[in-house]
Design a protein around this ligand. Structure first.
Ligand code: ADP
Ligand code: MG
Length: 355
């Protein structure tokens, strides 16, 4: 390098790319070399061809202070949730989880008893979802707790559901209800702020069991995968709702090369979530679309299959896949069309919430 013109090394802030831009950037020059690597980066799980069965693999990491706050997250629930969020990605491929590995990094703040609590939760999830804990890694961290879980599942070739299979005319379906986990989190955050300001004040969480349960103890929709099998339904595309309906719909649209028209009236919102949103002076549909952590499923079906879902409990038809040129839009109850924005990382100031 010439002495007289010192080169400034380029420094790009990670936030400039955003979460999804960063993943694309980091993984762009990794072509798949093995024919058995059927699906690499970009879906809920990777897919590996093992002959008769396909192996489906997904990893998620939970970091203290980012994904959970131990001020209001019981350790047992944390263990449970860290497994469930991974299983959800396997079900989103229309596959079934069989094994998990669990890796933890912990500071000396955590006792054996505390770790036992976490593993109690992990065990409960393994029992309920019938998966085996088969390995992991344990290391120390300078501060805080990190839990990384990898789930390994099994699927059948012509039944796996990717994010890229949605076709124009397909119907968009959502299971359960969305937005509740986000509102549960806002309630917990609000009470934390109140407590920090005046530690003597009792938390006001009574009557909010449903919303708080949705945040602290989510379940993965194994029952839906069972229902699909029983009714011989294979969705054309599927994703689990971890980042919010808006973000997930954007993934399906982008990867399928289509647009989407979502009907506000078709998006299922639990009455407790709708009430709490209004109390926080938030729009329920915004919470439902941008909230996240519901771990419900968003999927598309061929319209010929409509009878197969119409009578299934807990599945709601919420819109239609449209040509790409039409974009990803929300048709509001008032009949207005709005663009739906994709979101990755979000910043939220809980101190703005009213009590
Ligand atoms: P989900 O929300 O379903 O867990 P993510 O948005 O975390 O999915 O990840 C999207 C895709 O990018 C997945 O295929 C995941 O395996 C992949 N991915 C995420 N982070 C990385 C990374 N650092 N290196 C390689 N692949 C990654
Ligand atoms: Mg996912």
């Amino acid at each position: 390098m010439p002495q007289d013109s010192p080169q400034q090394p380029q420094r790009t802030d990670v936030n400039e790319l955003g979460e999804f831009g960063l993943i694309d950037h980091l993984t762009q020059n990794f072509p798949l070399r093995n024919p058995s690597s059927l699906k690499g980066v970009g879906d809920d799980a990777a897919v590996i061809d093992n002959g008769k069965f396909l192996t489906v693999v997904s990893t998620d990491m939970l970091v203290e202070g980012i994904h959970f706050d131990l001020m209001y997250t019981p350790l047992k629930h944390l263990g449970y949730k860290s497994v469930v969020v991974n299983l959800s990605d396997i079900y989103a491929m229309n596959a079934r989880p069989k094994q998990v590995t669990v890796s933890i990094a912990l500071s000396n703040r955590f006792s054996v008893e505390a770790l036992d609590e976490i593993y109690d939760g992990i065990r409960t999830a393994c029992e309920y979802y019938k998966v085996d804990l088969v390995g992991g890694d344990t290391t120390s961290s300078p501060r805080g707790l990190v839990i990384s879980v990898t789930a390994i599942g099994q699927g059948v070739k012509d039944k796996l559901t990717y994010r890229n299979g949605a076709k124009v005319g397909d119907l968009i379906c959502i299971t359960g209800n969305v937005g509740a986990a986000y509102l549960g989190l806002q309630l917990l955050e609000r009470e934390k702020q109140v407590y920090l300001a005046s530690p003597g004040v009792q938390p006001e969480l009574e009557g909010h069991d449903y919303l708080i349960g949705r945040q602290l103890k989510p379940e993965a929709r194994r029952d839906m995968i069972d229902a699909f099998e029983k009714n011989e339904l294979v969705p054309t595309s599927m994703i689990d709702i971890s980042d919010g309906v808006a973000s997930e719909l954007f993934h399906i649209s982008k990867q399928s090369g289509v647009g989407a028209l979502l009907e506000e009236s078709g998006v299922p919102i639990h009455p407790d979530a709708a009430m709490q949103a209004l109390e926080f002076k938030l729009d329920p549909i915004t919470c439902a679309l941008s909230g996240g952590e519901d771990y419900e499923l968003l999927f598309t079906i061929n319209p010929n299959d409509v009878d197969k879902v119409k009578y299934l409990p807990d599945i709601y038809i919420a819109g239609e896949i449209v040509p790409k040129e039409d974009g990803v839009k929300l048709n509001t109850k008032g009949g207005n069309l709005h663009d739906i924005q994709a979101q990755g990382w979000r910043h939220f100031d809980p101190s703005k919430l009213v009590r």
